[in-house]
Ligand binder design. Structure first.
Ligand SMILES: [Zn+2]
Length: 501
């Protein structure tokens, strides 16, 4: 028998109480702060991996400690459901969290649509770019999600997506703290000028491809593709010289880069189980079905294994707003990419910039037949602003005014089309209309892409201008934030969860 947690007289957070490895675990409220409370049976070594104040009794021992990196690692070590693992080809969703306080709301949204069996969640997920902008480390991203899952008593497991990795160092940094999914982004190696190039130009550029890195020659590639056609479900994929060279010139360097990153990952991971996603979504021009075919076929030849692929679809997937473009054309495009994913994998089709694409979800859910990963990143931050706006309209107005000032600079690395002149000036909005800015297209994108500047902004006295206040408001209103997140993400997850049942 362990020393029962209940006997310690602590104010325990009921939802967090779990048993594992013979011990009792929970969050406790001590003097207004969250603490980890653990009670272990006599003879247990678990407390060796944790830090805090301990007390012993003949029946066992107990610890009350901080929500520290060491204790988060201890939780993952002893409670295996908190340790990220590969999700394979089950329908999944990534719920990125830039602030580190959103996981409880994410957990509730997943539960509300049927839990892990309906849609497998990825709670820790962040791109290196976003970590840089928010000043967070991979370890912090992991720990924040660990505490969030623990607080809600989530025991069904999670993946962890190290998103948009560009270098082997990115892989190492995320592998070291327990990420299980590695999204390789070879976007810088994609050549979008190939789309408009004529045959003579393509021939000249093909000669300069990194053939050694591709373990290939141009002649050998021509023999593999030219004059052949393949039926992939409803598609017939055939390569004439122009189509072949265009695919090779556009994606050849990217394929070589992905193969090198995959080899690095395999070696660095050793016996650990990890999975890989290939993402070319952040490129200028769409990935044609023939190009998807070429990329998948070449990655196969180079013995890369991947669980999901994010093509660049037709139309525009802008941050935090619905799809912009012809839905009929998108439907045709998704049908083709989904067929190719079944043919070569099966692997999942990954929808990046997946927040708020409400008109796309039914199409993707139906055509991908469950082989789909939905990746959302930034709108948890917008729900944080919504939560803050409700309790402190003046604060939200200041954030919005600052975001408008920053937008023209900050939009550079995002696919957004909001225009400042279409977003109302902060001083022109009545207090009761402030939350409505989160629904206005231009204001929403402006708020979405300026998060890094908002979080880093300092006041003349050197203190953080917004960040501490925002965190203070969210910590003081955790239920409101979780409710807003749940409502927001249920709308994202439901179409995919339903498609499976
Ligand atoms: Zn992406």
């Amino acid at each position: 028998m362990s020393a029962r947690l209940a006997e310690l007289g602590l104010d325990l957070v009921a939802a967090s109480r779990v048993e594992g490895r013979g011990a009792e675990w929970a969050l406790a409220r001590v003097a207004g702060r969250s603490r980890l409370a653990v009670a272990v049976p006599a003879g247990s070594r678990i407390l060796d991996d944790l830090e805090g104040e301990t007390q012993g009794s003949p029946a066992g021992a107990a610890l009350v400690g901080p929500l520290s990196p060491r204790n988060a690692a201890g939780l993952r070590r002893h409670l295996e459901w908190l340790r990220p693992r590969p999700l394979g080809t089950r329908t999944s969703a990534g719920l990125g969290d830039r602030l580190g306080l959103a996981t409880p709301g994410h957990v509730r949204a997943v539960r509300a649509v049927g839990g892990f069996a309906a849609i497998a969640p990825i709670f820790p997920q962040q791109s290196i770019r976003e970590m840089t902008r928010t000043g967070r480390t991979p370890a912090e991203v992991m720990d924040d999600a660990t505490w969030g899952m623990f607080a809600e008593g989530w025991t069904d497991g999670t993946g962890a997506d190290a998103d948009h990795l560009k270098t082997p160092d990115d892989i190492d940094a995320c592998l070291a703290v327990g990420f299980s999914m590695f999204t390789i982004d070879p976007g810088e190696h994609v050549d979008p000028t190939a789309d408009a190039a004529d045959l003579a130009t393509l021939r000249a550029q093909a000669a300069g491809l990194p053939w050694a890195a591709l373990s290939d020659t141009e002649d050998a590639m021509r023999r593999r593709y030219l004059g052949r056609s393949t039926e992939v479900e409803h598609l017939k994929i055939a390569f004439d010289e122009c189509t072949l060279l265009r695919a090779a010139v556009k994606y050849g360097k990217a394929v070589a880069h992905v193969a090198a990153m995959a080899r690095h990952l395999r070696k660095a991971a050793g016996p650990r189980l990890v999975e890989l996603e290939v993402s070319v979504d952040e490129t200028e021009t769409p990935t044609s079905p023939a190009e998807h075919f070429w990329v998948a076929n070449e990655l196969n030849r180079l013995e890369v294994e991947w669980v999901s692929l994010a093509p660049r679809f037709v139309g525009r997937f802008e941050k935090g707003v619905d799809y912009i473009g012809d839905l009929g054309a998108l439907e045709k495009d998704v049908a083709a990419h989904a067929a190719l994913a079944r043919h070569f994998g099966p692997y999942k089709l990954s929808l990046h910039s997946g927040s708020d694409k409400f008109s796309v979800y039914p199409i993707a859910a139906r055509l991908a037949k469950g082989l789909v990963h939905l990746k959302t990143a930034g709108t948890s931050y917008l729900e944080a602003l919504r939560t803050a706006a409700a309790v402190s309209p003046a604060f939200f107005r200041e954030v919005y005014a600052f975001a408008r000032e920053r937008y023209d600079t900050d939009k550079a690395s995002y696919h957004v089309s909001a225009e400042l002149r279409k977003a109302p000036p902060a001083e022109a909005v009545a207090e009761k209309d402030l939350p409505g800015l989160l629904e206005q297209f231009d204001a929403r994108e402006i708020l979405h892409v300026t998060f890094g500047s908002v979080l880093r902004a300092t006041a003349p006295d050197g203190r953080l201008r917004f960040k501490d206040t925002l965190f203070g408001l969210l910590r003081a209103n955790p239920e409101a934030y979780a409710r807003n997140l749940e409502a927001h993400f249920v709308r994202h997850l439901k179409p995919f969860a339903q498609a499976r049942s």
